[in-house]
Design a protein around this ligand. Structure first.
Ligand SMILES: [Zn+2]
Length: 413
């Protein structure tokens, strides 16, 4: 792997579709098409067959000595005013695996790059569009009428890019012959930076439980109602939120109370209704289930303590999706050989890799994020850390190709 070439491509992409205000590669826009054109120009230099599928994903196949292929990739799209590395790092690291392979001969099994369409969901609010079409987990009726800020429908907009929403699931046929999926990405959080590590192996994507806790009490006059005669839903919510923080710490997961809205919402009234939004994540399914039941109990206790009632409404959930133990082993060794430590962490954010991990052996490698932020133009990673992640990815791929060639990763039917 030649990390210089990856860094050059990333800088060139940032020059073409970014700038002082950040990346502008929002999917289903001209700027995204421009990013794709740049990617195609790089792929055109290589002995690969480039195709687009029914869901707007871009593929580039390099055939190998044996049938089938290992998938390498990520996404070129970004959020508005986004960073230069989110998605792009995985794409141009994958390009480099093809480029360096082409220089040394035919791979033992095929390699296939994928650029997933609309990972971010920045325009219509539905993330992982291309990869979930491909994995068969996207219901067209759920997204057909989603509208962007200008009132345009998703179905109409994707059609302009050659995607017939009712046929997007045909993208799944691209996975015939797939043996494994490998993705490099920035961490987008502070874990690696805080421990001074350049890169790490990813164990899987955390399961998510998202609920609204609705506390109901009694709206009352702020002056006329003594403290001991109140049914104050904000106080119940505050008590529950603090207890839920302890739940996250106890189970080494994350619990976020992202919003709490009280009614009537004036300074002279004791709130009679408060809605609290709760997001919980953990890689271990038992721990996630325990976190949810303890959060529910905390809400009920807090409601009872303040003479209120509470109801938990389910908003959205996804189970934890663990990656493949053998590939995790390759990645852990590769990161150490590339200059990092034997660290493996779960991913809090979802990735296209989660959709692929439902179907085939999958692993990801994270580079650090420093500053530890993403989805903003401040997103960055020290060049030395990027080099470690790029090198580790190449080594992980080599080990994966070898395992595939020896029959350990059979191609999908
Ligand atoms: Zn991303």
């Amino acid at each position: 792997m030649n990390a210089d070439r990856v860094l050059n491509d990333l800088r060139e992409l940032a020059r073409l579709t970014g700038g002082p205000d950040g990346a502008r590669r929002v999917c289903w826009t001209d700027e995204w098409a421009k990013a794709r054109d740049f990617l195609r120009s790089r792929l055109d230099e290589l002995p690969v067959e480039v195709t687009a599928d029914a869901a707007g994903n871009l593929w580039a196949l390099m055939t190998g000595e044996d049938e089938g292929f290992v998938i390498v990739g990520s996404h070129t799209d970004s959020v508005p005013a986004g960073g230069w590395l989110d998605g792009a790092l995985g794409i141009f690291t994958a390009v480099e695996t093809l480029r360096s392979r082409a220089e040394t001969g035919t791979p033992p099994v095929g390699m296939r790059l994928v650029d997933w369409a609309d990972e971010e969901g920045a325009r219509f609010g539905r993330s992982l569009f291309g990869s979930s079409c491909c994995a068969g987990t996207l219901d067209p009726d759920e997204v057909r009428d989603l509208r962007d800020r200008d009132g345009e429908r998703l179905e109409d907009v994707v059609a302009r890019y050659g995607v017939d929403l009712d046929r997007a699931h045909e993208s799944g046929s691209e996975l015939r012959g797939a043996r494994a999926y490998l993705e490099a990405h920035i961490e987008q959080g502070p874990v690696l930076e805080s421990s001074g590590e350049p890169a790490a192996t990813v164990l899987g994507t955390c399961g998510v439980e998202r609920h609204a806790a609705i506390f109901t009490g009694e709206t009352a006059h702020a002056g006329a109602t003594p403290m001991n005669l109140r049914h104050d839903t904000f106080m119940a919510t505050a008590q529950a939120a603090l207890a839920i923080r302890a739940v996250g710490l106890r189970h080494e997961g994350v619990c976020t109370v992202g919003a709490a809205t009280s009614e009537p919402g004036v300074v002279t009234a004791v709130p009679g209704r408060t809605e609290m939004l709760l997001d919980q994540r953990q890689l271990d399914p038992d721990a996630l289930a325990a976190m949810l039941s303890e959060a529910r109990a905390a809400c009920e206790r807090a409601a009872a303590d303040h003479g209120c009632e509470v109801e938990l409404k389910h908003i959205w959930s996804i189970p934890p999706i663990p990656f493949d133990d053998r590939l995790i082993g390759f990645a852990r060794q590769a990161v150490q050989e590339a200059g990092g430590k034997d660290t493996a962490i779960p991913s809090g954010p979802l990735h296209d890799a989660a959709e692929m991990a439902r179907l085939m052996p999958t692993v990801m490698i994270f580079s650090s994020s420093s500053p530890p932020v993403s989805h903003t133009k401040e997103e960055d990673t020290p060049e030395a850390d990027l080099r470690v992640a790029i090198d580790a990815y190449g080594r992980t791929l080599d080990a994966t190709l070898e395992l595939a060639a020896s029959g350990g990763l059979p191609p999908r039917e």
